[in-house]
Design a protein around this ligand. Structure first.
Ligand code: NAX
Ligand code: K
Length: 494
């Protein structure tokens, strides 16, 4: 898994090493120069003779960039530093000047500096690092970046983080400089994985500085190798009831496909048994003869795919089953039409699966003034707020899926191809996640944060199945469900 650490956690881990005199900045700058040289070699075959512009802000981020610039200058790169503030890292600046780099201070007009940067082979962005207040670039740095963007963005290597982004939350409030490559030091930062910031980071490379980062990571991204530890693989003495039974309240005469896709995903994700409740049991059984129609004991539910607001029968079933979720601790996936039926308080064993617009509605019903755009601007913040207000685990769907759950658990998963944004894909995710919850409901009650890990697992498997369904091309939701068995086998075999 990838773990991320807040600015405060990184600083705390740096302190004892700095106190011992460990040369962290030298390490960071050396690694930065090596990776920058590799990019130059890749893009123009030779390092010597390249033109690099270092954007140097007031702090140590500028120091990293200036020292790296000095090392590049010693390798024959033509390096210009653009200094944007009164304060600059003096050691870094004099190292660059000694290496025959040149420096230009932005005083008044930013035009010359912007033209220099826009015409460079590569720009090293050392304007702001983990000392950023996250409000976007202000003053001369903001004006300079805006002028560079107006001329056309050159190839940018962000030093530690793209300047102007919220390092800890991925917010993008004002002017920020998008990067092609981010070379980050000591540990990944949450803003590099969380949307919208993650889209500004480009490729991310981590430089190990030997920091001892302890405690709970801020945001986690599961990787394929993590799935086997979380998946409910049946024990040798398992039978269908011990493996988990999933109740599905989905679909209606108007939306029959949702019932088929949800149950299909659950069956193909390896659940012990699926019970279907609703008006289109005949269609469901025709597609999957394994499904049992009608009531009975279950360990988990999926509520909502294809359930419209005027569907009185399905709504009644969901309201009734929510009582079991609250009183008997059955787990639940709460999707689409069921979100508005969510009781005032559930628990983390209920997982909401809204997209941004639906999450905004859930929050608005609970007195928060927030719309879809606000959720998209700060997805983790609003997923967390929803967890606080409802007790539920929240899986917020989007190009990057954000999960917030009990005990501060937070995940950001970016596993799916863009082709997956297609009708019915959410129904497949709901069925898949339902199967996971049904298989591990007892463990969730022992460790409520597990629901968030399982939600992230479902997002990962869903995305991988989409890739497998048709690598590099269009995919139907049904093809994703059909790709689940082989995808899961492959992930468990790692
Ligand atoms: N502590 C260390 O020894 C190490 C630090 N490292 C580097 O140092 C960086 C952190 O350095 P600093 O703490 O000096 O912080 P920064 O270099 O991020 O600079 C922060 C300063 O920028 C200004 N500022 C904040 N928000 C702004 C905004 N929105 N617009 C304009 N100006 C703003 C403030 O004056 C603030 O003091 C890291 O990101 C990393 O690049 C690395 O060299 C590794 C070791
Ligand atoms: K930076």
């Amino acid at each position: 898994m990838l773990q991320t650490w807040t600015s405060a956690q990184v600083r705390a881990a740096e302190e004892p090493l700095l106190a011992l005199g460990v040369p962290l900045m030298e390490r960071a700058a050396f690694a930065l120069h090596v990776r920058t040289a590799a990019v130059l070699r890749e893009r123009r075959r030779a390092v010597a003779g390249a033109r690099v512009v270092v954007l140097a802000g007031p702090g140590n981020n500028g120091g990293d960039a200036l020292y790296a610039g000095a090392l590049l200058a010693r390798r024959g790169v033509e390096v210009h530093a653009v200094v944007t503030a009164e304060r600059v890292h003096e050691g870094g600046l004099s190292a660059l000047l000694q290496a025959r780099g040149r420096a230009l201070r932005v005083d008044g007009s930013v035009d010359d500096a912007a033209a220099l940067a826009a015409g460079a082979d590569l720009v090293l962005d050392g304007l702001l690092g983990i000392g950023s207040d996250g409000s976007g670039l202000r003053g001369a740095a903001g004006a300079l970046v805006q002028a560079i963007l107006d001329l056309g963005r050159p190839y940018v290597v962000a030093v530690d983080v793209p300047s102007g982004l919220g390092v800890d939350d991925g917010r993008r409030d004002g002017i920020a400089l998008d990067a092609d490559l981010t070379v980050t030091f000591g540990g990944l930062k949450p803003g590099l994985l969380l949307p919208p910031g993650t889209h500004a980071a480009g490729r991310v490379e981590l430089v190990d500085l030997g920091l001892d980062l302890a405690g709970v990571p801020a945001v986690v991204r599961l990787e394929p190798g993590d799935v086997a530890d979380l998946w409910p693989v049946p024990a040798s003495d398992a039978h269908k009831y011990t493996r988990g039974v999933l109740g599905v309240v989905a679909g209606s005469r108007a939306y029959q496909g949702a019932a088929v896709l949800t149950t299909s995903a659950a069956v193909q994700a390896g659940i012990g048994m699926v019970r279907y409740l609703g008006d289109v049991g005949d269609v469901v059984v025709a597609a999957h003869p394994e499904v049992v129609v009608g009531h009975g004991r279950v360990q988990a539910w999926v509520f909502g795919p294809g359930v419209s607001p005027d569907d009185a029968g399905q709504r009644r079933r969901i309201e009734y089953a929510f009582e079991h979720v609250r009183e008997r601790g059955e787990a639940a996936v709460v999707d689409a039409g069921a979100l508005e039926l969510l009781p005032a308080h559930v628990g983390p064993h209920a997982v909401l699966t809204p997209h941004a617009g639906e999450l905004a509605r859930v929050l608005t019903q609970r007195g928060e003034t927030v719309d879809r755009a606000a959720v998209e601007a700060e997805p983790l913040r609003w997923a967390r707020r929803t967890h606080e207000l409802t007790g539920a685990t929240v899986l917020l769907k989007g190009p990057v899926t954000v999960v917030a759950g009990a005990q501060g658990a937070a995940y950001a998963q970016a596993d799916a191809p863009a082709w997956l944004s297609t009708a019915g894909a959410g129904d497949v995710l709901a069925g898949l996640l339902g199967a996971l919850l049904a298989g591990r409901v007892d463990a969730i009650h022992e460790d409520p944060s597990l629901a968030a890990a399982l939600a992230a697992t479902a997002a990962l498997v869903h995305g991988r199945a989409a890739h497998r369904a048709n690598p590099g091309g269009p995919i139907s939701a049904r093809a994703v469900a059909d790709a689940l068995p082989a995808t899961i086998a492959e992930l468990l075999g790692r």
